[in-house]
Design a protein. Structure first.
Length: 262
């Protein structure tokens, strides 16, 4: 009998943590149920593209799937399992009926519960929000700044509602008592170890697709800020570190000192 690999064991564990059946995974991967079962038995190894899809679906890193962090079964995806607890598909209308205080995002009908932010995370949100609000008020501007929790409904058809760490909205027609309907002009996400890939890859694509103009990704560990302009043709992001000031592109003359927010 062939010994089960770390990959097959971790794949099975991650699937169960996420609440998926083998049939669910086969459908999401566009493979037969029997083929997927072979993956979990260790009798067939998926190709690189399929492994990347598995990691994306289960919100784990490829390293975790292959056990390269030497996580035991109790500790595997210990952070992401807390950060992304998935429920069955719901609609955007049902999302607004969630109990008060639940911090969750709805992506293509799948509900993801988010972990509570750290103290450092909240300090960055406070400092950057203050700088943005002060600039707007000093110039009697019309834009408004909202830190999370704040619901941004990107798409009714795709049942997609996110809660960026900071949203800047300059079109007040998009605002109602529930939050923002449509893309903010500027979005800020602060990375954590459990959301790094999600914010850097998945949300980047999501914000670009739905028309966010400017996207800031802040990494408190490396003390870097990446500013991407998402409207129009692709442009390389600007990366700022300590000792520098980041230009807020949606405004004419606003520069944020990295030292002040990190």
């Amino acid at each position: 009998m062939k010994k089960q690999s770390a990959f097959s064991r971790n794949l099975k564990l991650a699937r169960k943590v996420r609440g998926f059946t083998q049939r669910d995974m086969a459908k999401k991967l566009d493979v037969s149920n029997s083929t997927y079962c072979l993956y979990e038995k260790g009798e067939r190894e998926p190709n690189v593209n399929t492994i990347e899809k598995i990691a994306h679906i289960l919100y784990v890193s490829i390293d975790e799937l292959f056990g390269l962090y030497n996580f035991g079964t109790e500790n595997l995806i210990k952070e992401t399992s807390k950060s992304f607890n998935i429920r069955p598909h719901i609609t955007w209308q049902e999302y607004y009926d969630l109990p008060d205080g639940e911090h969750a995002e709805l992506i293509n009908g799948e509900l993801y519960y988010m972990a509570a932010p750290s103290r450092v995370h909240q300090k960055i949100v406070m400092e950057l929000s203050y700088a943005l609000v002060s600039y707007i008020k000093d110039r009697k501007g019309k834009c408004e700044v909202y830190p999370a929790p704040f619901a941004v409904k990107l798409s009714e058809e795709e049942n997609t509602i996110v809660q960026p760490d900071i949203s800047v909205i300059c079109d007040k027609k998009k605002l109602d008592d529930r939050g923002c309907n449509g893309a903010p002009d500027m979005v800020v996400e602060i990375l954590s170890s459990s959301t790094k890939d999600y914010d850097s890859i998945d949300k980047y694509k999501l914000y670009k697709e739905y028309g966010v103009r400017e996207y800031w990704i802040i990494d408190a560990v490396t003390k870097k800020v990446m500013v991407s302009l998402l409207d129009g043709e692709f442009r390389m992001p600007n990366i700022y570190g300590v000792g520098s000031s980041a230009k807020v592109e949606i405004f004419d003359d606003l520069y944020i000192s990295i030292d002040d927010i990190l």
